[in-house]
Ligand binder design. Structure first.
Ligand SMILES: [Zn+2]
Ligand SMILES: [Zn+2]
Length: 223
């Protein structure tokens, strides 16, 4: 269970990502509250020690809505329980919910360097209504690959804003593998983590019928 969930679990609190927030410098993801708290005393990523920012690390955090949506899709019931928790929190204090202005995903955008007060969970599935792409993920077999892991469901629909790194997470989760073992390729060319589905489609598949064909390869687990 633990290994299966490592792609959608926060290193700092060991729970599923809540308000998934990604460091733009190294692309490691945490809960917003966990990483904001951690960065009160450090300027380095807790996972890889990359320096996040010279003076204001919060500036290089981004709410990662695609990642949060992935977590909600992979963990049935989580969104519901989180919404309930938030509702109860506000009710218990007699407060109105303050929601973040849409379109700005910067966590540290406040001039005081304070994070926005909350993430609007009611819109977490916003991406459902976003433009989507249909993908077909075929396994690239090589003689070196001893792994038996194959996707049961090779057709995937995802937001055009999803990046290769998001796709790798879903893939690793479904295959029960660690991130470093799975690579995504187009036409034998490994794709960079930061590439979005939109960029991919426009640059490699424009004018062609869906689904866009991608390959994945599994690197040897023994190192
Ligand atoms: Zn956390
Ligand atoms: Zn990192």
């Amino acid at each position: 269970m633990k290994e299966l969930n490592e792609h959608i679990v926060c290193f700092l609190c060991a729970g599923y990502f809540i308000d998934a927030t990604t460091i733009t410098e190294c692309l490691h993801t945490f809960c917003k509250s966990c990483i904001v708290k951690y960065l009160q005393t450090s300027k380095y990523c807790p996972m890889c020690n990359t320096k996040i920012h010279e003076t204001q690390p919060l500036l290089n955090l981004k709410l990662d809505r695609v990642m949060q949506d992935i977590v909600y899709k992979l963990v049935p019931g989580l969104q519901h329980s989180e919404e309930k928790r938030i509702r109860e929190f506000y009710q218990s204090r007699g407060l109105d919910r303050v929601t973040q202005p849409s379109g700005d995903d910067t966590v540290g955008g406040d001039p005081m360097g304070l994070p926005y007060s909350t993430f609007d969970h009611s819109r977490a599935h916003y991406f459902r209504y976003d433009e989507h792409v249909s993908l077909c993920l075929e396994k690239l077999s090589s003689s070196k690959d001893k792994s038996k892991a194959v996707l049961q469901q090779k057709y995937v629909r995802c937001s055009v804003r999803a990046q290769i790194r998001h796709l790798r997470r879903v893939l690793c989760h479904r295959l029960g593998l660690s991130l470093q073992h799975v690579q995504i390729l187009f036409d034998n060319e490994p794709l960079p983590d930061h590439m979005t589905m939109k960029q991919l489609w426009l640059s490699r598949w424009f004018g062609k019928p869906a689904p866009l064909l991608l390959h994945y390869s599994i690197k040897d687990k023994r190192r």
